[in-house]
Design a protein around this ligand. Structure first.
Ligand SMILES: [Zn+2]
Ligand SMILES: [Zn+2]
Ligand SMILES: [Zn+2]
Length: 349
């Protein structure tokens, strides 16, 4: 028998249909690699140099309004533009090109330059989620937009270009690779089992309770069995919903609460603003009903041993298979065992 806590083994990800190599003993190896600088914890609520703060002028020359809640603007340096041709070029099936029109927006969570998601408070975050839902519906309704992806890079270690808490929304016609793979997986599972893959997976996790970080009435945060990143998490709705559009008010409140609970635990793990990349996977907006799709959010959290040592996906991960050093069960236990309130709220000693 394989001992999942001791022996190296592969785990299958039914969403991507790929494998991850788990190497439980490897965490003991000496580390002489890159050491990250600990992130600065305190900053002020307004930064005159920040191009996202209220009233400031952006690089494009546009002045931000003196906004008092969530603020949305079109990215000044978008990766895709709406008026691009969607024409094709194809040479012998080897040089294949397709134009990619799209819309990229930036959503500043709040006017406060230093108000990160775990510190936001549920009503404020609920307001942000309402804006995301509204944006998702508005962009998804455009006839040529078939996928809308809200995502957040938090912390310089995960590529955030500006520390002002914000997320982005990318909308375009072709399904991006990750949701495209998931759509196939969800569809195949529904056809062969007559049920939803994530509904079934969540039932298993709730019964076994080996990887559940936290939960509330409507949502569960779990370290997925097939996690690649050290403290990867999947936020899954307990009800089968396809996206923001059909979450009722109490479910949006619960989503805000679980996101704060999860990111608070991240911060508490190494008592630092924990960097992460997260994305919301809603059903495509291509006009089809998509009964196979189950709304969820992914968190990729890269810190491994401490504030200063992170996991890189390089070498074997790039040329072989993604690999992880601590088991998902050990990661879950660490996240579950930390205190529930944020470390910045600790009473001064
Ligand atoms: Zn700012
Ligand atoms: Zn489902
Ligand atoms: Zn997904």
């Amino acid at each position: 028998m394989i001992d999942l806590a001791q022996d190296s083994h592969r785990r299958y990800n039914p969403l991507t249909r790929e494998w991850v190599l788990v190497s439980p003993g490897r965490i003991a190896r000496p580390w002489q690699g890159r050491i990250e600088a600990p992130a600065l914890i305190e900053s002020s609520a307004y930064d005159p140099k920040c191009h996202m703060c209220p009233g400031n002028v952006r690089v494009s020359g546009t002045q931000n309004p003196k906004y008092s809640a969530t603020f949305v603007f079109d990215n000044d340096f978008p990766a895709m533009k709406p008026n691009t041709s969607d024409g094709m070029i194809e040479v012998k099936e080897l040089l294949v090109v397709r134009g990619e029109p799209g819309i990229c927006r930036v959503v500043c969570f709040s006017p406060k330059h230093n108000l990160r998601l775990p510190r936001m408070g549920q009503p404020t975050l609920r307001g942000v989620l309402d804006v995301l839902a509204e944006q998702h519906a508005q962009l998804g309704a455009l006839p040529w937009v078939n996928y809308v992806l809200p995502l957040e890079n938090s912390g310089a270690a995960m590529g955030a270009g500006n520390p002002h808490p914000h997320c982005q929304i990318w909308a375009n016609g072709n399904l991006p690779n990750a949701p495209s793979r998931e759509l196939t997986s969800f569809g195949t599972y529904l056809r062969s089992h007559g049920s939803c893959m994530l509904c079934d997976y969540l039932k298993l996790e709730l019964k076994r309770r080996e990887r559940i970080i936290c939960e509330n009435e409507f949502f569960v945060a779990v370290v997925p069995f097939w996690a690649v990143w050290p403290f990867e998490a999947l936020v899954i709705g307990k009800k089968h919903k396809s996206g923001f559009a059909n979450l009722i008010a109490s479910e949006r409140d619960a989503l805000a609460e679980i996101l704060i609970k999860l990111t608070t635990r991240y911060d508490n793990l190494f008592r630092t603003p924990f960097p992460y990349s997260m994305g919301y996977h809603c059903a495509p907006t291509d006009g089809a009903a998509h009964p196979e799709w189950h709304f969820h959010a992914h968190f990729c959290a890269p810190l491994l041993r401490s504030v200063t040592v992170r996991k890189f996906q390089a070498g074997y991960e790039m040329f072989g298979t993604p690999q992880r050093d601590i088991t998902p069960e050990v990661a879950e236990k660490q996240l579950r065992d930390v205190q529930q309130w944020h470390y910045l709220d600790d009473a001064p000693k």
